[in-house]
Design a protein around this ligand. Structure first.
Ligand SMILES: *[C@@H]1O[C@H](CO)[C@@H](O)[C@H](O)[C@H]1NC(C)=O
Ligand SMILES: *[C@@H]1O[C@H](CO)[C@@H](O)[C@H](O)[C@H]1NC(C)=O
Ligand SMILES: *[C@@H]1O[C@H](CO)[C@@H](O)[C@H](O)[C@H]1NC(C)=O
Length: 404
């Protein structure tokens, strides 16, 4: 009798567990949606939602544009003011300093390291001031730029293509709550996808802007609702490592982007320069941040600004700002992983005015001698280099990097 009761109870328990497990698996399958297969996506037309159109507004689809630099560099503020006016952009200046005004006490130092060089401190403070302002004013997003940068006359067109790519990589597929065009996206950092083998690299690369996955329209930002940082201006980015435990691996490649200079004009501080090795001329590649240098321009969402204020402003200040940003993106050196996207070639780059090379940076030496010809690195129809054409309403633009 006792034996019979025991086995009945066991049977009932087993049935309950089996039913429960099946329900969980069924629910997970529904939530995860279909597996990635680029041929599955029909020709997707350009997005038509209102937010997408906002990318053409005076703040490029962000809530504000903040420009970081030292107030004493009036030359740079003059240049930025004119560029912004010629581009129909509203900007606000945020002060950085030479670092001498910031006492040791104000520098988070968790391991007793030596005080970093003054210009590194001043630049870090300028960026953190901008990020703090985004948090304090509760801005939904802001583009933060350094004051010696420049961009293409066609920046709005470029940003719309960037937004289509960032949506493809980070917005849920239409009709699914937690399924993404990039199967390596959406899992909590560090958690390996155990349900399916990781697709090989060719399957993780969307090679054609006409076949982007159809995703849910974002509600907060034209660039998608699930990003922390968009690193749009830099002097080098590595492609995501396939064995990295944090960084999602998906990429979107826009072929034949005439606004991208040919590879022979491009350079990278980070070696190897994988982009020029792997992609043809005029390809524009959007991917997650693995390792980047030079914080020339980046956007933060409100969520991203709060995280960066914490990770970069409040944790151990033991490296230059761009290195801290890289660590907070890829989740290294005591910083947590965050969702950061970038683009190669970059959309915003250094402008180098004519004059003594020593004037080009307040952080590191740029050598002796004169820079004879002003130029903006890697940008074809630079706004600064076309200022004279734009001011008289011309359209015969100077192409700094013509095709050969
Ligand atoms: C879909 O794209 C292919 C190649 O990209 C093109 O040949 C075809 O005409 C497109 N179809 C539609 C309906 O746009
Ligand atoms: C531009 O669009 C963004 C996103 O909708 C919005 O937050 C911002 O306020 C707009 N900027 C202007 C100047 O209207
Ligand atoms: C910040 O803005 C969000 C909506 O964008 C709102 O829900 C929240 O209450 C605001 N927070 C503060 C402190 O104003």
């Amino acid at each position: 009798m006792m034996l019979f009761q025991r086995s009945t109870a066991q049977l009932v328990a087993t049935v309950v567990i089996v039913v429960f497990m099946s329900l969980i698996l069924l629910y997970q399958a529904r939530e995860r949606g279909p597996m990635w297969n680029s041929s599955r996506f029909p020709n997707a037309s350009r997005p038509k939602d209102r937010l997408f159109v906002d990318i053409t507004n005076n703040t490029l689809g962000f809530e504000k544009i903040l420009v970081v630099g030292m107030p004493s560099r009036t030359d740079r503020r003059d240049g930025m003011t004119l560029q912004a006016a010629l581009s129909n952009m509203e900007i606000e200046f945020i002060d950085s300093s030479d670092g001498t005004d910031i006492p040791d006490k104000a520098l988070p130092n968790m391991d007793g390291h030596e005080r970093l060089p003054g210009p590194v401190i001043g630049s870090w403070r300028g960026h953190v001031n901008a990020i703090r302002e985004v948090v304090r004013r509760n801005l939904t997003s802001a583009l933060i730029m350094e004051d010696d940068t420049d961009w293409d006359i066609r920046v709005r067109q470029q940003l719309q293509n960037f937004a289509r790519s960032s949506r493809a990589l980070t917005q849920p597929l239409q009709g699914y709550a937690r399924s993404y065009g990039d199967p390596t996206y959406g899992l909590p950092p560090g958690q390996k996808d155990t349900h399916s083998p990781l697709p090989s690299l060719p399957e993780l690369v969307i090679k054609d802007m006409d076949h982007l996955p159809i995703t849910t329209d974002p509600k907060i930002s034209p660039y998608g609702d699930d990003w922390d940082v968009l690193w749009l201006g830099h002097c080098g980015q590595l492609l995501p490592k396939l064995d990295d435990k944090n960084v999602p691996k998906g990429r979107v490649v826009q072929q034949n982007d005439e606004t991208a200079a040919q590879r022979r004009y491009l350079h990278s501080v980070l070696k190897p320069f994988q982009y020029v090795e792997e992609y043809p001329d005029h390809a524009r590649v959007v991917h997650h941040v693995q390792d980047g240098v030079c914080s020339l321009a980046y956007a933060v969402s409100q969520r991203g600004a709060r995280s960066m204020l914490y990770e970069i402003g409040m944790k151990n200040f033991n490296a230059a700002f761009d290195l801290l940003l890289h660590w907070a993106c890829s989740g290294e050196n005591g910083r947590d992983y965050h969702r950061c996207l970038t683009v190669q070639p970059p959309l915003i780059q250094h402008h180098r005015p004519a004059g003594p090379k020593s004037a080009q940076s307040d952080i590191s030496g740029h050598g002796e001698g004169m820079n004879e010809k002003p130029h903006t690195e890697e940008i074809r129809w630079s706004v600064r280099m076309n200022a004279e054409v734009l001011m008289v309403g011309g359209t015969d633009y100077v192409d700094q990097y013509p095709d050969e």
